[in-house]
Every structure is written in structure tokens, then in C-alpha cells.
Design a binder for this molecule. Structure first.
Ligand code: ZN
Length: 520
């Protein structure tokens, strides 16, 4: 969802906030004094950005009716039982929130505990977090609030970033990153590759660029034991929240009173660049451009392979496209999120087709028949054919030598038709492209589907694992077709995995987004 320019949904989110405020107000006014005490112990701000700031250990207040925890039966160590507060992080969280608001012009979500950690530890599973009912209520309140924020971000923005702020006493000049060595940023890594997590334009890379001493450093190193990311980042990252979560453990040099404001400004600045790159907050783009971007859904689920993230990286470079995931569930419900084009990436065609089931496949047929675009790459091309009981039958193609589908991988040569040169924006009629066991396409002559147009054919071949020579030569490698009001374009090889040919994907997407009669 574009959130720099959302005339339709902004009033809705304002309304939601108003309702939340009303609910809070009515709870506070009609609730018991107990309810008020808990509310006073949790700091909460509803946001306008897909950024959630959490600070569970900075509080200094007593919890009425609670006794300090003894930790009986628990191990006292970083990441285990602890009662020491992360001094200054409640204040830091509020300053970060203000700095983010100043930088983005919008508020982040904020949840901070004002209760001292000796009573309750929100960054632990419930069985290690509190020892009496009064503290448990604070714990539940913290997590209900945080979960609510995360779910709202998911609903309104589709993806987001959770920053869980802590303090550590082992290295004053260092900030430790905790992501379970990448697990709590799995969505980010899947969408944008490892550099989004550990490269110079990752959040920690950007902070390092601002002069911070980060650990791990160099970035490919392992995270420090005890600071690898606790319960909060583990709980609220990935599905069903759609969030990536990073724990930051600040040394005293970053959270002492005279350093906090600068720390907050640095973090807000890094978050701003991070958001522009990975959270679809294209801060540098004109707002009008954003609204007009073509919405493209990429299948996410069983049967997709590692090339999916390569494909997403290639598409992420294209400012004309707004790219998001579509799951089996989305597709079965016909919940297209405004997509005009669906892409099925590489992996296993049978895996994807079976995961969709007939219900999902029928939804895709209807989507394309109604004028939607379909782009298939490798497995996604198998899926489009008329050749399998799990295939979509939206491209009038069969697959040659099905028996030897596992014929190997490597670069192959294609001969491209003049029409294809125009359509795909190629400046030559021979191209070398990476191939990985994609379908050898040929006309299926299915009377229910219009004949496809071959845009390119194989002029070299791969014949591993007993595949007989000669069959691949001349087979269709790129095919374009129409299906009722929609268009279909399939690549057997991988433009997204071939340096210099990535733009073919965008061209394919743009072509399928037009209806055959040009009415779109
Ligand atoms: Zn902490």
C-alpha cells in the first residue's frame, strides 16, 4: 500500500486511531484502578508508518501489588534471567519516535514498558517473565499492545520493521545487532537478498556509515552470544505479522543522557533510508509517480525456489512497479490486492500448481480472463501450459520431452524474433541467457486457448541426465499469448538470473498489463 499518498485510506486509519483512543479513554474511565495502573506502566503510541519501536527494559516504576522476581530455577545471564533495567532506553525510545516523526513527517508505532524489569520482563516467554498476577497483567498489556501494533502495520502496509531497543553493559562504545543471525529478518532477506541484512545499505550498515561501532562487524560475522535477538524479535518477525525485526543493544555511549538525542537522530536517518529502499517508502519519489505504479503480485508459497528472491531483487530496481506477495490463500480467496499482473517464479511448476489446487488455479484463470496479466518464469512457464493436470491451461503450449525435464542448467543461446525485439526491448536477435531445466515449449493446439506467439527459440541445448540431443534446438523459449481479455508471457530460461537481461521481466510485465485491445 502506498502510504505517502493514500487519499482513500487515510481517513480510515484516522478513524481507526480515533476509535482506539475512544476505547482507551472508555477503558480508563470505566475500568478499575488496577486497569489504570497497568495503562500507566505501558507507553503506547499508534503510528502512521510501518515502523514499530519497542523498549521492554527501560522502565523504572514499581508495579503495585507485585514483588521483585527471584528467578528461582532460572539461569542468570544475558538473554536469560535478569532484573537489571536497560537504563535510558525508555527515554531513548521516545526520542527515536520523535526523531522518526521529524524525519518522515509521520509517527512510528511505539510501545515501551515503564515498569522496572525486576517485576516483569516483556522480552521473555510468559513462563520466565513474571512471578505474580500483578506483573503478569503488565506483561499481557505489553504484548497485547505490541501485537496490535504489528497486526495493524501488516494490514495497512503489508510489511514493516520492528526495532526492539535495549541497553547492554559489556561494551560501552558498541551497538549489538540481534536477529537470530538473520532469522528475524527472513522476509527482508528473501525479498532483497543478503545485502539488505548485512550490506552497507542494511540498517546496521547505514548506522556503521554514521560512525557507529556495530557488532557484528564485519557484517558477515556472527552475532554476539546473549545479544542474538530475544523473545520480542522472535515472536513478532515473519508471518503472520509480515515484519522484519531487529534488536539493538546499545552501549552506554549511545544511551547516556547527553548522547541520546544524537543516537535517535542517527537511527531515524538510517531508518529513513532503509524504509525508502526496503519498506516501499519511496521517499525520494514524487508522490504522483507512486500512485501510478503498476501493481504486481509475485506468488509466494510452496513450489517456489531460490530464484524467487533474485526475481524480487530485479523487480525492486524498477520504480514503475509496485511489487508485493500473493500467497495461495490470497489467490484462493481472489484477494488480488489490486494486482494487475501475477508472476509465478522459478522452482517447481508441479509444486506451485498443486499448492494452488484447482480452486486457486481457477481463480488465476478468472483473473487473466478478466484482463489480468500473467508472467511465468521457468516453473511459472510449466504452470501456464496445457500439459499437466496441475497446470493452468492459459497458454496454448505443451512441453516437449517431458520425461527429461531434468536436463541440466547453464547458459544457452536464443534466437529472438523481430517482434520480440520490439516487445522485450532487445537490441539484438541472439542472446545468451541462463537456463535451469525450464520447459521446451511447443504449440499444444488446444482449441480452448488461442495459439501462442513464439518470441524466442533455443539455438543451443543442454542434454544432461539422458536427455536426447536435438529436441531442445528450435523449441520455444519465450512465448506470449492471450487468454480471453488477458495476456500471458512465459520465459523458460531465467532473465532475472542473467546479468543485463533483467529488464526483460519488466517489459514482460508491462506488456501483459495491457489488454489485447489496448483498452487499459
Ligand atoms: Zn534489554
Amino acid at each position: 500500500m502506498d502510504f505517502l499518498n493514500r487519499p482513500a485510506s487515510q481517513p480510515l486509519s484516522k478513524l481507526v486511531r480515533r476509535v482506539v483512543l475512544l476505547l482507551l479513554f472508555s477503558c480508563a474511565s470505566s475500568g478499575t484502578s488496577q486497569g489504570q495502573d497497568e495503562a500507566a506502566l505501558i507507553l503506547h503510541q499508534a503510528g502512521e508508518l510501518p515502523i514499530v519501536i519497542s523498549a521492554p527494559h527501560g522502565g523504572n516504576r514499581e508495579v503495585p501489588g507485585s514483588h521483585p522476581r527471584t528467578g528461582e530455577g532460572q539461569v542468570a545471564a544475558p538473554g536469560k534471567f535478569g532484573t537489571a533495567r536497560d537504563g535510558g532506553t525508555e527515554e531513548l525510545a521516545q526520542l527515536v519516535s520523535k526523531a522518526v516523526e521529524a524525519r518522515f513527517g509521520k509517527k512510528p508505532y511505539l510501545v515501551a514498558s515503564r515498569a522496572h524489569r525486576r517485576y516483569v520482563d516483556p522480552n521473555r516467554p510468559a513462563d520466565a517473565a513474571f512471578e505474580d498476577p500483578a506483573a503478569e497483567r503488565v506483561y499481557r498489556q505489553y504484548h497485547d499492545t505490541l501485537e496490535g501494533c504489528c497486526r495493524t502495520v501488516r494490514k495497512e502496509f503489508g510489511r514493516g520493521l520492528l526495532l526492539d531497543l535495549h541497553g547492554q553493559g559489556s561494551k560501552a562504545n558498541t551497538v549489538f545487532r540481534g536477529t537470530q543471525n538473520g532469522k528475524t529478518v527472513a522476509l527482508l532477506r528473501e525479498r532483497f537478498g543478503e545485502p539488505a541484512h548485512s550490506g552497507p545499505e542494511s540498517l546496521t550498515g547505514l548506522l556503521k556509515g554514521r560512525g557507529w561501532t556495530m557488532h557484528p562487524d564485519p557484517f558477515e560475522g556472527r552475532e554476539q552470544g546473549g545479544f542474538t535477538g530475544g523473545y520480542i524479535v522472535q515472536t513478532y518477525s515473519g508471518e503472520p505479522f509480515g515484519l522484519d525485526a531487529i534488536q539493538l543493544e546499545f552501549g552506554n555511549d549511545y544511551r547516556k543522557p547527553d548522547a541520546r538525542e544524537q543516537t535517535a537522530r542517527d537511527l531515524a536517518e538510517a531508518a529513513f533510508h532503509f524504509a525508502g529502499r526496503y519498506l516501499d517508502l519511496a521517499a525520494n519519489e514524487a508522490q504522483g509517480d507512486k500512485a501510478n505504479r503498476l501493481r504486481v503480485g509475485v506468488f509466494r508459497g510452496e513450489g517456489t525456489g531460490p530464484s524467487r528472491s533474485t526475481l524480487l531483487t530485479a523487480l525492486a530496481r524498477e520504480p514503475r512497479l509496485k511489487v508485493f506477495d500473493l500467497t495461495v490463500e490470497d489467490i484462493r480467496k481472489g484477494d488480488w490486492n489490486g494486482a494487475r499482473v501475477l508472476i509465478h517464479p522459478g522452482g517447481s511448476g508441479g509444486g506451485q500448481g498443486r499448492a494452488l489446487g484447482e480452486e486457486g488455479r481457477e481463480q488465476i484463470r478468472r483473473f487473466v480472463a478478466d484482463g489480468g496479466g500473467y508472467v511465468g518464469v521457468c516453473a511459472g512457464a510449466y504452470l501456464a501450459t496445457c500439459d499437466y493436470d496441475w497446470s493452468l491451461k492459459i497458454l496454448d503450449a505443451k512441453v516437449l520431452d517431458r520425461e527429461h525435464w531434468a536436463r541440466g542448467f547453464g547458459d544457452v543461446e536464443l534466437s529472438v524474433t523481430p517482434a520480440a525485439r520490439t516487445r522485450l526491448g532487445l537490441d539484438r536477435d541472439q542472446v545468451t541467457i541462463y537456463y535451469h531445466q525450464g520447459p521446451l515449449l511447443a504449440p499444444a493446439n488446444d482449441p480452448a486457448v488461442p495459439d501462442y506467439e513464439g518470441l524466442a527459440s533455443f539455438t543451443s541445448e543442454i542434454t544432461k541426465n539422458g536427455a536426447p540431443p536435438g529436441i531442445m534446438l528450435g523449441a520455444t523459449a519465450i512465448a506470449a499469448g492471450e487468454y480471453h481479455k488477458g495476456r500471458v508471457l512465459c520465459f523458460s530460461p531465467h532473465p532475472e538470473k542473467t546479468a543485463g537481461l533483467e529488464p526483460l521481466l519488466t517489459r514482460a510485465v508491462l506488456w501483459t498489463a495491457e489488454t489485447p485491445d489496448g483498452s487499459r
